[in-house]
Design a protein. Sequence first.
Length: 186
Amino acid sequence: MDHERIDRVVRDVLSGRVDAYRELIAFAEGRVRLVLASLLPDPASIDDLAQEVFLHIHDRLREYAPGSDFLAWAREIARNYALNERRRWLRRREATRRYRVRLERVLESDLERASDDTALDALRDCLGRLEKTSRSVVESFYWDNRSGPDIADALGRSAEWVRVILHRARAAVARCLDAKGVLHGP
């Protein structure tokens, strides 16, 4: 699509023609997704972020300068969205790592206070009470040392889903151990 055609389509979109916006999306979608895929750490987020990018493009279409390179403008918006999402992902990953280290220290010190056999028996029992899928995710993460995205790929789920399952499983095991008096003493 040449610049004149793009400018005409942009004018049509600004005048309210929805079908014209579909044409702009079709023109730019592959390149926007390519930018997102090249910068995002989690491929599962490409679809959602592409939608956000195209909503942003639609909202800011009046800022597009006719005669300029529409694809460059759209790619720059996608790049900014991807970099912001990447920063959020890195912050979440670091927070999760810090949380896991703190939790493991607390559990380790509390478990050391309990007798080894009692603590291990209680832990086995609490893990056994987890729902099958949750137990499988926990075992993959802790025993098989697999990453959240690896587990998500194997199960056909999102990395976010794995993160939620692990969070809920940790909380359930902690409640169970606390109820058994293992974490905070009898």
